[in-house]
Design a protein around this ligand. Sequence first.
Ligand SMILES: Nc1nc2c(ncn2[C@@H]2O[C@H](COP(=O)(O)OP(=O)(O)OP(=O)(O)O)[C@@H](O)[C@H]2O)c(=O)[nH]1
Length: 324
Amino acid sequence: MSVLTAKYNKITSANVTPFHPRLNHLRVGPDPLQNELTQLLGQMQDAKVLVDGKGKVLSINLAAAMLLGDTCESFLDEHWQSWLTTPFKSEYEFMLVRREGMLMPLQHGPREVVINQACGGVLPVHLSVSSIGELFVLSLQDLSDLKAELARMSELAAKDPLTSLYNRRAFDEALQRHWDSCKEDKLPLCTVIIDVDYFKSFNDMHGHIQGDKCLKRIARVIRGELPNKQSMAARYGGEEFALILPGCAEWQAQEVAERIRARVRSLEFGMYGLPEETMVSVSQGIASEEGENFPSPVAMLCCADTALYRSKKEGRDRITSCSC
Ligand SMILES: Nc1nc2c(ncn2[C@@H]2O[C@H](COP(=O)(O)OP(=O)(O)OP(=O)(O)O)[C@@H](O)[C@H]2O)c(=O)[nH]1
């Protein structure tokens, strides 16, 4: 037993799955280092692949084969770069060529890449490359659970907990994004600000819990009237909502606003224990960017806000378009 193996056995003898030649591919060859590394990789619980200087797979342990989606044997003699998706594949091939010119060693810590699985799926992984003599050990760590959790957390961070619409921060970011892409694609862009009328009175009369339920119902109406997938609805403040309507001309935004106005006006509250005659309404302001109306998305939003103010002033339950 070599010093290396003896050391490793000592560390892992406590509680590891024993190396199993039928499950882990052990290829005994003339190179003692290769044999020893193969033995070690076979005992490791995380995904490891042993490759030569050209990237040819000499040995792969069970965890790596499972991650890649086939048996250990099926990956032997493949070039591991072929598992990578673009642009990672060409990047690594370039690194190999540079290494052959002795300009740099091919060795690095965890780096995110995306690999093709044998079953046809793609998997984000952390890839580390360790150079040992003339050989290389690749370590792969599945990032899919982490990525899914991260996506869930960013979705949560972008949403208003009461209405599940996007929050103001997400709205402001999206507005800038849509502003840029609509400018580039020469498409119109509209924003609508929607404010609940006399909501303080509603709260005072029916209490905050009923007020919350009312906001949720209005949010549902607004979400239901979004004209397409690119459109976005947000809760912009307490009883204020805002829409981004990319690709919509002003007349289309007016149609959306009118449907929202009519549906909010016809909401019934009797079934929620409130007097039958309870009604709510919303006032709205629209601003549209087609050509060069505004210097920035903030200027457009200010104009929609001014239009909303006019809707309030002129009697509420109405829609005003910004006359910039
Ligand atoms: N229930 C509830 N009320 C809220 C929430 N956020 C803001 N509000 C209430 O919304 C009300 C807004 O009042 P005002 O700004 O005076 O506006 P308004 O009464 O709607 O009057 P106009 O906008 O002028 O028609 C306040 O009473 C806030 O407490 C919320 O999350 N839940």
